[in-house]
Design a protein around this ligand. Structure first.
Ligand code: SF4
Length: 935
């Protein structure tokens, strides 16, 4: 008798499609296994440049995101009061007609009355352009409450930054420092990078108040106090300068260290660079003992010193000012040790280890290259020390200057874009800062007219600010005003409360995408909810209309008037574009697409296609043809292929030209999307070896970068240790120039716009009593979740269904708090109740929790008594959107004074054992009703 054959591994799929993951911000390539049109399995794409086959728990769990019970399924129109959850389902035509009517009324009168803000979406190349075409300056994405300090500090200092802008040279680095919450923004790449370091025995130091995430495998954990990173890094610089362990040649050739700064206290030119008539900065030439153009290849510039010009003016090199600041006793290890909670001996040892790795373990690659002066170098010299940081050091009121200090550390070591150091990812480096100024000045916002430029950009002097004749902000979020002059990513966290107060003015329509602004993305949640539901005397809401698009039933959905349901990431086209921040690797440019791997069975539409449709209905010039028909009738995929921002430059850089062979620049190719799909939904071009390092000053790379449209002309990108744009603001604060700060702002501008970076205490900690609020409270990002939407994922919820308040066990013992106790956490702004877990790996003065796990009852498709709602909690309820101090009756936002970045991590609290030990977190908000129109 024949034995029955049992198939122990039956084939569970009949089709495999590639696309790009969206379960966090890394944008890994994935392969989606399908059977009968349903998703069965997701794995990493081995041929993808970002993850090379690696997939994390989040990415593999995308299947549960796609089939989430919280998905929206039909456009909805509010019929009850805001927040009540009363909606009627409408057809798309009605929804789009309504949105068009609301939007066109505004565009006909005053486009500024539209505030268009998006969250953690990946289509800002489109959304920013749409806002420009509409004509409103009131546009930004979530960067203002994430890591704009890191991005802006980098772009104003060395033309790049971390994560999407660059990465450590994992192959060669020998000493790696990871600062604060950072790993979530490059999850798989850092994971695999750390694997390489471990395999080679390179040292990994984690500087973070909490030993969690990747810190768990660090060779050394430095548990500093939140907000003191700049002091710690400043002390490292102090040590390196004192020991003369700096790369003098790199500083002389590739940075503004030798540029001359005018010293004329009180004068209108004080602190500006000495420039030739052409505008080129000057250095002090040691051969001729006189000033000479910094661009001259004959110059032998002095790095240090003060000099007198023939006309009697005094000048000093930039580097002298940097050295004087960091060699001062303010940054001595003994001075900073207690404040940072790091022994001086540890700071000294780490500085010595960094110096040893950088200068005793120098790397030489036998790759000849030519620098911008035409000088040929036979080798590429590398200093194998690298760093990575993101929100952990950014989300403080001292974040911009702290990030600048970190970048100065990299620059004095000569580790920017060298073997073993930090490496740019194309299209970076960019000119410092990128030559795009924000549009939205008086006269630039007019009815039925696009703005002359994009709403977001980089200011270089007060002349670029968006303020009126009285110095009042022209944007609803006060970006690019005296409140936050370098607000390169806007201040999304201020929009709702500003609009409700009419400060600086009221708006007619708030249009948001994928931004949970009534909950975990809001500071001061209770007041935000009040702002969303507040009414005027005539019964109209103070924010009269809210349109919101999302794929899921988030807390924000209940506060919108019109809901445009989005698809899941497996149901739509998308492009991770070179016009935004693509998926490039250090070895070359790369971009990618998403393709719909399954058809949406609900009545939903991809937001990007909806936006183009609305643009055509509104007659926005870029989205309509001269005959009035839609320019992109095929929606987003049509735009991805056929849109040209400049001749030959479109959203996707690969497979351009009629034959699909052009790279970067070329005519639209009708078969471009097929070419991407055939290549696993990505495109990557590996640069030749002689263009892989020193790209800020690499002649061949700068030429190629210009051809690709990454920069306007092939000029060197000289690192700016001394930041002249900041000094221009300080001069305005002293009364120089035409555009001056109004009363109450001058002191703040003078203090914080120092062109030589410095550390100052975060504002909140400095304004509240240390005795009353002795602890810092911060959040970390869990490995298992990235977006707030992770809590609707049936698999990921099993890993993390609620959050806890983690605290140091010795500190807890002193406070009489035991594992599992419920505690009250009180700030100057509010109080919450949460449950405690104890640990050793946390700075004793710090409590922390996972970000965005706490949910409001009734949302996200969860049951009303889900642990996320009943035991989970948010620290947001404790954080004020405004600073406690008033200056002349004016309250500044709880943000960095330079960029406006939300200072989430400055929170100070008091922790006490709760009288009420019942097992429920507080505050509990009224349960939201089940939403109609949800699958
Ligand atoms: S790291 Fe992020 S993008 Fe990559 S697989 Fe995981 S969730 Fe997806």
């Amino acid at each position: 008798m024949t034995e029955p054959v049992i198939d122990t591994s039956p084939k569970t799929w009949d089709e495999v499609k590639t696309t790009t993951c969206y379960m966090c911000a890394c944008r890994c390539g994935i392969k989606v296994y399908l059977k009968d049109g349903t998703v069965k399995y997701i794995e990493g794409n081995r041929d993808h440049p970002v993850n090379k086959g690696v997939i994390c728990g989040k990415g593999a769990s995308g299947i549960k995101q796609h089939y989430s019970p919280a998905r929206l399924s039909k456009p909805l129109m509010r019929v009850g009061e805001r927040g009540a959850g009363e909606f009627r389902e409408v057809e798309w035509e009605e929804a789009l007609r309504t949105a068009t009517l609301w939007l066109s009324e505004i565009r006909n009168k005053d486009p500024r009355k539209l505030a268009f803000f998006t969250g953690r979406d990946q289509s800002q190349g489109l959304t920013g352009w749409w806002a420009t075409q509409f004509g409103t300056p009131n546009y930004a994405a979530h960067g203002g409450f994430c890591s704009v300090n890191m991005a802006a500090a980098g772009l104003y200092t060395f033309g790049g930054s971390f994560w999407e802008f660059g990465e450590p040279d994992w192959k060669h680095t020998k000493y790696f420092l990871l600062f604060g919450v950072a790993e979530d923004h490059a999850s798989n790449p850092i994971k695999t990078g750390l694997g390489k370091l471990k395999a080679r025995g390179a040292k990994f130091v984690s500087i973070n108040p909490v030993k969690t995430g990747y810190s768990a495998i660090a060779d050394e954990w430095v548990g500093l106090k939140p907000g003191t990173d700049g002091l710690f890094v400043g002390a490292l610089i102090h040590e390196l300068l004192g020991a003369q362990k700096i790369d003098g040649e790199y500083l002389q050739r590739y940075t503004n260290a030798p540029w001359l700064v005018i010293e004329n206290p009180g004068g209108a030119d004080d602190g500006l660079f000495l420039r030739e008539a052409s505008g080129t900065a000057q250095v002090w030439d040691s051969h001729t003992n006189s000033p000479m153009s910094a661009a001259s290849s004959d110059a032998s510039p002095k790095l240090m010193g003060r000099f007198v010009l023939p006309d009697g003016r005094k000048v000093v090199t930039s580097f002298t000012l940097i050295a004087e600041r960091f060699l001062s006793n303010d940054y001595a290890p003994e001075t900073v040790a207690e404040r940072c909670a790091i022994p001086a001996s540890t700071i000294r040892r780490i500085a010595a280890e960094i110096a040893e790795a950088a200068f005793e373990q120098q790397i030489e690659l036998d790759i000849p290259w030519t620098d911008y002066t035409g000088r040929r170098h036979e080798k590429m010299i590398g200093r194998p020390v690298s760093m990575h940081a993101m929100r952990g050091i950014s989300a403080h009121a001292n974040g911009f200057q702290t990030c600048r200090i970190l970048h100065i550390l990299q620059i004095i070591l000569g580790t920017i874009d060298v073997p073993g150091g930090f490496r740019y990812k194309p299209p970076f480096p960019k000119p410092i800062p990128p030559p795009i100024r924000p549009a939205g000045k008086l006269g630039q916002v007019r009815p039925n007219t696009p703005m002359p430029g994009p709403p977001l950009g980089f200011v270089v002097s007060p002349d670029d600010l968006l303020v009126d004749e009285d110095g009042k902000p022209l944007r609803i979020d006060k970006a690019y005003s005296w409140d936050a002059p370098l607000a390169a990513h806007g201040l999304m966290h201020m929009v709702i409360n500003n609009a409700a107060k009419g400060d600086p003015y009221t708006i007619d329509l708030l249009f948001m995408y994928m931004a949970n602004m009534s909950w975990n993305s809001a500071m001061n949640v209770p007041d935000t909810l009040k702002a969303l539901t507040a009414k005027r005397g005539d019964g109209e809401y103070v924010i009269p209309r809210i349109i919101y698009s999302d794929a899921y039933d988030s807390e924000m959905v209940r506060y919108a008037d019109l809901i445009l349901p989005d698809t899941t990431y497996l149901e739509r086209w998308d492009c991770i574009s070179m016009l935004d921040r693509p998926i490039s690797e250090a070895d070359g440019p790369a971009d990618s697409i998403r393709q719909p791997v399954v058809e949406a069975e609900r009545d939903v539409r991809a937001f990007q296609s909806v936006l183009l449709d609305l643009g055509a209905r509104l007659g926005l010039p870029g989205m309509t043809r001269p005959d009035g028909t839609a320019r992109y009738p095929g929606g987003y995929p049509d735009y991805m292929v056929n849109h040209e921002r400049a001749p030959g430059l479109g959203p996707l850089a690969g497979y351009r030209g009629k034959d699909g062979k052009a790279k970067g620049r070329g005519a639209p190719n009708p078969d471009q999307l097929k070419a991407y799909i055939d290549n696993g939904c990505h495109w990557f071009y590996e640069l030749p070896d002689h263009m892989k390092y020193y790209r800020h000053v690499n002649w061949d790379y700068l030429d190629w970068s210009t051809f690709m449209g990454f920069m306007g002309k092939p000029e060197p990108i000289i690192h700016q240790l001394y930041c002249e744009p900041l000094q221009k603001f300080r001069l305005a604060a002293q009364g120089h120039g035409k555009i001056l700060p109004p009363d109450g702002h001058a002191r703040r501008i003078s203090t914080y716009f120092d062109p030589v970076p410095f550390w100052y205490p975060p504002f909140e900690g400095n304004m509240v009593s240390d005795t009353e609020f002795p602890m810092h409270a911060i959040t970390q990002r869990p490995m298992a979740m990235y977006h707030s939407w992770g809590s609707q994922n049936a698999w990921l919820r099993q890993i993390l269904g609620r959050n806890w308040l983690y605290m140091n066990k010795d500190r807890a013992a002193k406070l009489g708090i035991a594992e599992g106790d419920w505690v009250t956490v009180t700030s100057h702004h509010g109080q919450i109740k949460s449950q405690v877990k104890l640990m050793s790996g946390v700075n004793a003065d710090t409590v922390w929790t996972w970000n965005a796990i706490g949910k409001r009852s009734g949302t996200w498709g969860l049951s009303a008594d889900a642990p996320e709602a009943k035991k989970g909690f948010l620290l947001n309820h404790l954080i004020s959107d405004l600073l406690p101090e008033r200056e002349g009756g004016y309250r500044f936002s709880n943000s960095d004074p330079v960029t406006g970045q939300a200072a989430w991590y400055d929170l100070k609290v008091r922790v006490e054992k709760a009288v009420d030990q019942s097992a429920e977190s507080q505050p509990q908000f009224p349960v939201l009703k089940k939403l109609r129109g949800r699958k």
